[in-house]
Design a protein around this ligand. Structure first.
Ligand SMILES: [Zn+2]
Length: 460
């Protein structure tokens, strides 16, 4: 008797049938509309061992442990926030969210991966310590995470730092063109060295672009009313002009974080439209699309303070007109409590930063609809080396999903972050994120937290 005949004899069924009955997918998401290649299609998704195992026509019933029906819902890839600050230490203040609370808020906002920043370093030797510190903090995360290496006034071997950073799964280095007063401003020579390295290694060079000289020499009072003029739109536009010149000369990969002004993007388009999406990547944040600098003049203006500042309605309008030239939306999430924000009247003493993680996608979807999806999924995944593990619904990718009801609405409140307010409070938003799945496990299910902190460091 052959092996197969023996099996058939024992079980009374065909060998193949026995194998099939024993095999079960872990999770099936059926009857929803699934975002694949830029549009929504009617397919079912089956998940096994944390990854997408099968995508099949609707109605194909596969053996599965847990089937979830998603009728009248949209299923998108889990969102990626490439710019968050968690546990940021500012001396007198520390940002309100640790990994537990930030990742919970993120999960309610459909974000399944975020990228935080290591604290700035001046020498290569400091890297190990900064990396170990963040890895320790991030153990409490509900969602997957990665980091960007950050340099201050870096004074060491650029190639060596990039090599060590990449060896630890971090192919991105963040730097500042301002904050010389706290020794965080990168020199022009070092910035060029990083760009040169980037042109060879494709390492992403993230730049906070504001002109240091203009900020240091701004003739304004240290008040909320004049805060925007202390770091004006022109400071961003001028610095971006300088960066564009560097990239035209040295074609590395420049990623400009938190662009606040439509004029900055118009300038890049005039100078080198063809480099956008190839050598120049533009990130903006929901706050610059929804809030304007007039808010600083309200009695509670402190609550809206951040750096770079909110801009005029005119700049905001230009930013909206340029949405198609923006590749990614990051939040720059860095909330503080009301009491902390309101403690001082002098602008320079107020902790700068807002919380947006939980409402980032909703705020942008409300303004732009489906056009915004790629900026939260495939674009950040590709630009930040997470693709095709993240950012896309296809076979073998991580089973990260957002289950979304486009017909429901959401009223914004302080949410799940550890701060006690939201700058968008009481806004009524179209669309509701119902559930979030991270590597095949529901973190949020029907607006309830149902998972344990099980996030992983993702090597990029
Ligand atoms: Zn930031």
């Amino acid at each position: 008797m052959s092996f197969q005949e023996e099996i058939t004899f024992i079980y009374g069924v065909e060998y193949g049938q026995v194998m099939k009955d024993n095999f079960k997918y872990d999770l099936g998401l059926v009857n929803g509309k699934v975002y694949i290649n830029g549009s929504f299609v009617a397919v079912d998704i089956y998940i096994k061992d944390q990854v997408i195992s099968e995508i099949v026509p609707q109605g194909t019933e596969l053996p599965c442990e847990n089937i979830v029906s998603c009728i009248s819902k949209l299923i998108m890839p889990g969102f990626i926030d490439p710019h968050v600050h968690i546990n940021l230490d500012l001396g007198e203040f520390r940002s309100a969210d640790d990994y537990e609370s930030a990742s919970k808020a993120a999960a309610f906002g459909g974000i399944t991966t975020f990228i935080d920043f290591l604290d700035p370093i001046i020498n290569v030797d400091e890297f190990e310590n900064r990396f170990a510190q963040k890895m320790k903090e991030a153990k409490d995360s509900y969602i997957d995470y990665s980091f960007h290496t950050t340099v201050g006034n870096f004074d060491d071997d650029v190639d060596k730092l990039v090599a060590i950073s990449r060896a630890n799964g971090i192919p991105s280095i963040k730097m500042f063109t301002t904050y010389s007063e706290s020794n965080r401003k990168i020199s022009k020579e070092k910035l060029q060295e990083f760009m040169k390295n980037s042109s060879k290694t494709s390492t992403l060079i993230l730049v906070h672009a504001e002109n240091d000289y203009m900020i240091l020499n701004a003739e304004v009072d240290d008040t909320l009313e004049q805060y925007e003029r202390s770091r004006p739109a022109e400071a961003e536009i001028l610095e971006i002009e300088k960066l564009v010149r560097i990239v035209k000369d040295i074609p590395g990969k420049l990623y400009i974080v938190h662009v606040t002004c439509g004029s900055s993007i118009n300038l890049i388009k005039e100078e080198c439209k063809e480099l956008i999406g190839k050598n120049i990547f533009i990130e903006s944040c929901p706050q610059y699309f929804h809030l304007t600098k007039d808010l600083f003049e309200q009695d509670n203006g402190n609550l809206f303070l951040l750096a770079p500042p909110l801009r005029s309605a005119d700049e905001q309008q230009k930013l909206k007109e340029n949405i198609s030239s923006i590749q990614t939306i990051g939040t720059d999430h860095c909330p503080f409590t009301k009491e902390e924000k309101m403690r001082y009247k002098v602008a320079s003493k107020i902790p700068k930063g807002l919380g947006s993680l939980e409402y980032s996608f909703s705020l942008m979807y409300h303004l732009f609809g489906e056009e915004i999806i790629d900026k939260f999924t495939i674009n950040p995944a590709k630009i930040h080396n997470l693709y095709p593990k993240k950012g896309v619904i296809q076979k073998d990718s991580d089973a990260d999903f957002v289950i979304f009801s486009p017909d429901k609405t959401l009223m914004i409140d302080s949410g799940h972050s550890r701060t006690d307010y939201s700058p968008y409070e009481d806004m009524l938003i179209n669309g509701l994120i119902e559930s979030t799945v991270r590597r095949g496990e529901f973190i949020v299910k029907n607006r309830k937290l149902v998972a344990k902190t099980n996030g992983q460091f993702i090597e990029r």
